[in-house]
Design a protein around this ligand. Structure first.
Ligand code: ARG
Length: 591
């Protein structure tokens, strides 16, 4: 199914080709041009083309004359009701309502809601969430989980095979310290109650004790920790089992969050998984000349940087003492991902502080591959999706004394508030139904509060704001959806269809046009890796839906009109539900 801009682009290009060929000019550049974009101002039509401005040179004419030429050669098509030349040479196109209604009906009947399956046959690896074990997820991991999961769903919606990879931080020298602290100070009861909190306490305790100790004692502690780390890394069974236990308990805690957010990973391959591959990475980098020895360390520098930010920076891949680093591990991870899944793209979702790290890793890996003779065109596209900081209600929930922020507590608080509203608005529903709705609204509100903002911005969460029933919030979208379903219930429509869809007034036209633009919104959100683009679309869609049923009685209309409006209700419900699902919101029939 063609999207509106694709269809109109085809028509305008067709006209341009005819005009150029008539003038004996080359038309091949047209394939690269964008020939139709949606207008923001309805007085300019629904779509506009500025292609005429590109034709003035080959045609040696004014943009207006070129535009007139395009109009004259535009093939007749039922989608177009009116085309006119405006201003200095724009082509304003207005869609035909009968055609639009049929298009929206066909789109709503399509299982993928008209989304071009641009990802078919392609794989994307999305590295997200990726917390560090024996610690709580901090806000960075929460944002990574939410944004990464939206990108995951968006890619699936256009047919990609997605490999969601939770790249947990589960390796490093800190585990030696943790093992020492565990042997000395563990509180079995606290551990049974809340394992990750106790592990976090122990790790902090090691640091505090070491700081408070006299130099001799401190050195002894550090040496002991180093020895435990070495034993762990050498495969000592006792330390291995302990480490395994820490990883297990941590994953169980994270799973509580993932379960409530309906987040699923295909693989959880943390840093430890790549440990054995690290020496090979360094050897290969040295052998191909991409890395060099520098004062006992092995480094990769960027003498000819692909980006300014890399100038005069270095990526250390082995320290003087022989230890490997985060970057070494990410290079090994890239090798593995390429050879295992042969992805077209790899996305990494982390906070903004890792921007330089990923620039270095991407540039280093690309260089390594090139030095090993691989054609750069066959490498996956690497993209770092970064996000800003997040605060909760002015810090009220964050790191309370003696405990750290727990996302599950915040989700509980949001669900509890939502519950109060549901109890008031829908007392007729059963206890179970109300609990289920409150959970969906509360968790959805948190998710949407993040996704609806540009990832790059710093965020301040407020339960009041995110739970508001109006404004750009999850409850507003969810409520708009439930209203559509409630119209159908009142009309006793048991098997809703979309085929009678027709456009009879301005609000219906706006709504239908907005529905037809769903694929554009998904494409834009994917192209920019910004789920908020899709949220903006859904918010505007809910606005169109509300204006539609405020101005167009559905069930009280005479039968033919009622039927076409019910079809529009159903088409709206399908697109809204699909869009909500694509960002991870549940579409619930009653609220
Ligand atoms: N565990 C890391 C952190 O908490 C994030 C890992 C991101 N992924 C990666 N391949 N480096 O900062």
């Amino acid at each position: 199914m063609l999207t509106l801009p694709d269809l109109l682009t085809d028509l305008v290009r067709h006209a341009a080709r005819a005009v150029l060929e008539a003038a004996g000019q080359d038309a091949s550049f047209l394939e690269q041009t964008e020939a139709a974009v949606a207008t923001n101002d309805p007085t300019h039509g629904d779509y506009q083309s500025n292609l005429a401005f590109r034709l003035t040179k080959p045609l040696r004419t004014s943009p207006r004359a070129a535009a007139e030429g395009l109009v004259a050669h535009l093939p007749a098509h039922p989608a177009l009701r009116a085309v006119e030349v405006a201003g200095p040479g724009f082509l304003n196109m207005r869609l035909d309502e009968t055609w639009l209604a049929a298009h929206v009906a066909a789109q709503a009947a399509d299982p993928v809601l008209g989304l071009p399956q641009v990802g078919a046959g392609r794989t994307v690896v999305i590295d997200y969430s990726s917390p560090n074990i024996a610690k709580r997820m901090h806000v960075g991991h929460i944002r990574s989980t939410l944004i990464g999961n939206a990108l995951h769903r968006m890619h699936e919606a256009v047919g990609y095979r997605v490999v969601a990879d939770n790249h947990i931080g589960d390796w490093g020298t800190q585990y030696g310290k943790l093992i020492v602290a565990w042997r000395r100070w563990k509180d079995a009861e606290a551990y049974a109650e809340d394992p990750v909190a106790e592990l976090e306490r122990l790790y902090v305790a090691f640091g505090d004790q070491s700081k408070a100790a006299d130099p001799v004692e401190r050195e002894a502690m550090e040496a002991e920790a180093r020895a435990e780390t070495a034993k762990l890394q050498a495969g000592d069974p006792t330390n291995r089992a302990l480490w395994q236990e820490f990883v297990q308990r941590s994953l169980e805690e994270y799973d509580q969050v993932y379960l409530r957010l309906d987040v699923r990973f295909d693989v959880t391959l943390g840093e430890s998984f790549y440990n054995d591959a690290l020496p090979g990475v360094v050897d290969a980098a040295l052998a191909c000349g991409a890395a060099r020895q520098d004062a006992g360390a092995v480094i990769i520098d960027f003498p000819d940087p692909p980006e300014k930010a890399l100038k005069d920076t270095i990526l250390v891949i082995r320290k003087q003492d022989g230890a490997f680093l985060y970057g070494t591990s990410d290079l090994a991870t890239l090798n593995y991902r390429q050879s295992t899944w042969d992805p077209a793209r790899i996305l990494y979702v982390t906070d903004k502080r890792q921007q330089l790290h990923f620039k270095q890793v991407f540039a280093a890996w690309t260089r390594l591959r090139a030095a090993q003779g691989q054609d750069p065109a066959t490498l996956p596209t690497l993209e770092h999706v970064w996000f800003g900081t997040l605060n909760f209600d002015g810090g009220a929930m964050s790191s309370r004394k003696g405990g750290t922020f727990r996302l599950v507590d915040y989700m509980d608080a949001a669900a509890e508030r939502a519950r109060a509203v549901v109890d008031e608005k829908a007392p007729e529903l059963s206890e179970d139904e109300r609990a289920d709705i409150a959970e969906a609204v509360g968790v959805g509100a948190i998710r949407y509060a993040d996704l609806s903002q540009n990832p790059n911005s710093d965020l301040e969460f407020s339960l009041d704001r995110m739970l508001a029933l109006d404004g750009n919030t999850a409850p507003f979208l969810m409520y708009s959806y439930a209203r559509l379903r409630s119209i159908q219930r009142k009309g006793e429509v048991t098997a809703p269809t979309v085929d009678k869809l027709a456009i009879t007034n301005d609000e219906e036209r706006d709504l239908a046009l907005h529905l037809a633009r769903y694929p554009e919104a998904v494409a834009l959100a994917l192209h920019t890796s910004r789920p908020n683009m899709l949220c903006d679309y859904l918010y505007a869609l809910a606005g169109c839906i509300n204006r539609f049923y405020r101005n167009s009685p559905v069930l009280n209309a005479e039968p033919e009109l009622a039927a076409s409006r019910l079809a529009l209700v159903e088409a709206s419900a399908r697109v809204l539900a699909h869009g909500m699902h694509t960002i991870g919101l549940r579409a619930i029939d009653r609220m």
